[in-house]
Write a protein that binds this ligand. Structure first.
Ligand SMILES: *Cc1c(COP(=O)(O)O)cnc(C)c1O
Length: 381
């Protein structure tokens, strides 16, 4: 396969298969989380493939992301956008049939105002903070928020269609915090239902909980990372071990290959020095493209048939590999990460090398790297 200077190939068959795999593990409906440009994979192709794989819901953080789905003609799945602020266009959300999250009285008022302006009721998911300490209504204010929402519902301004929350430690399946969060969530659901809420969906589980904690599934699961074929529990299982296939392959063409003598300092500040005469290969990707500067002397790359390690500092547009006496030429393809079919590293290997999570590796691949959609049948091992 010939590649551009650099490209991220996006395997849509893998998206479909991953969503189908997640759906096969639960009786709950599946919301594919496609925030942040589908974790850097490209919003619209991924959203369509996720729906083809069986997702009946799509989730985004920003309203603009939800609106982009509707504007592209993705009208069938339900869409929930959960990170709106008071200045957001709540009426547009209602008009575009996008469900919104409500964690506080001001958000309920914004939903009501948006509904009035749009001339239809707003579909709201009331969010309780069951222990993450991020979005959501604190449990001591929950009854009050539920009562206000029910009053707005009886006026026809809103429909309370969801009750939801989010986990703090799902990537550690046996963490006691998950059990205590589950207790708080169940109690909040009980309180809301006793007050008269009849939710379409109660939902709590992200990817890790979808894969490891069936007791968190309720009516709807919200996987993000697993849709992209990456393991949300890397200490416990690889993507393959979870029946998932990584969706993104990041490749580049070498921009220069040259022989250098022993003792050659490499890249800014000479943070790498050649030990003997050797061949250096220049990869035209840098931190402006989302290759972390923390990958300096650490990031793994498949080049000239072997795994190499970034030599010296990652620069804005480029970094260097020391390929010893192996043969390579300008224009040869190298792989930074992918599903591993050719022995290339995974996004998780980059995460470990850079002291981060695979979420950050894929989402930060920048707009200068074209996403090239590939839609082939899933490889069977
Ligand atoms: C991002 C996000 C998800 C998906 O999380 P993953 O760990 O990627 O599965 C689910 N719910 C909420 C509220 C999120 O912000």
């Amino acid at each position: 396969m010939s590649v551009l200077r650099a490209q991220a190939t996006i395997d849509l068959a893998a998206v479909r298969a991953n969503v189908a795999e997640l759906g096969s593990r639960t009786s709950a409906a599946v919301m594919a989380v496609v925030k942040a440009d589908a974790y850097g994979h490209g919003l619209l192709p991924v959203a369509r493939a996720a729906v083809e794989g069986g997702a009946t819901w799509l989730g985004t953080a920003l309203l603009s992301e939800g609106l982009a789905l509707r504007a592209a003609g993705i009208t069938e799945p339900r869409v929930l956008s959960w990170l709106l602020d008071p200045a957001d266009e709540w009426a547009r959300a209602v008009g575009a049939d996008i469900d919104v999250s409500v964690s506080a009285p001001w958000a309920l008022a914004a939903a009501v105002a948006g509904a009035c302006e749009a001339g239809r009721s707003a579909r709201v998911h009331l969010k309780v903070d069951c222990g993450l300490g991020r979005a959501g209504c604190m449990p001591d204010r929950w009854e009050e928020l539920v009562a206000a929402a029910l009053a707005a519902q009886s006026d026809g301004a809103v429909a309370v269609v969801g009750l939801w929350s989010h986990l703090a430690y799902a990537d550690d399946p046996h963490h006691p915090t998950t059990d205590s969060q589950l207790d708080v969530f169940r109690q909040a659901v009980k309180v809301a239902e006793a007050a008269g809420v009849t939710p379409e969906v109660r939902h709590l589980a992200n990817s890790a909980a979808t894969l490891t904690r069936p007791d968190t599934h309720f009516d709807l699961v919200r996987p993000g990372l697993a849709v992209y074929g990456l393991s949300p529990v890397p200490e416990i299982a690889t993507p393959a071990g979870l029946g998932l296939r990584p969706v993104m392959t990041l490749a580049a063409r070498l921009a220069l290959v040259k022989r250098v003598p022993a003792g050659q300092g490499v890249s800014y500040f000479h943070r790498y020095t050649t030990e003997r005469e050797t061949t250096l290969a220049l990869v035209p990707l840098g931190y402006a493209d989302g290759v972390p500067r923390h990958a300096t002397n650490a990031g793994p790359v498949l080049a000239a048939g072997k795994r190499r390690t970034v030599a010296g500092a990652v620069c804005m547009d480029q970094f260097v590999l020391d390929i010893g006496d192996d043969a390579a030429a300008a224009g040869d393809e190298v792989l930074l990460f992918g599903p591993g079919d050719d022995g290339e590293p995974g996004a998780q290997d980059w995460a470990v090398a850079c002291g981060t999570v695979s979420y950050e590796i894929v989402t930060r691949i920048g707009p200068r790297v074209p996403r090239v959609v590939r839609d082939l049948p899933v490889r069977t091992p």
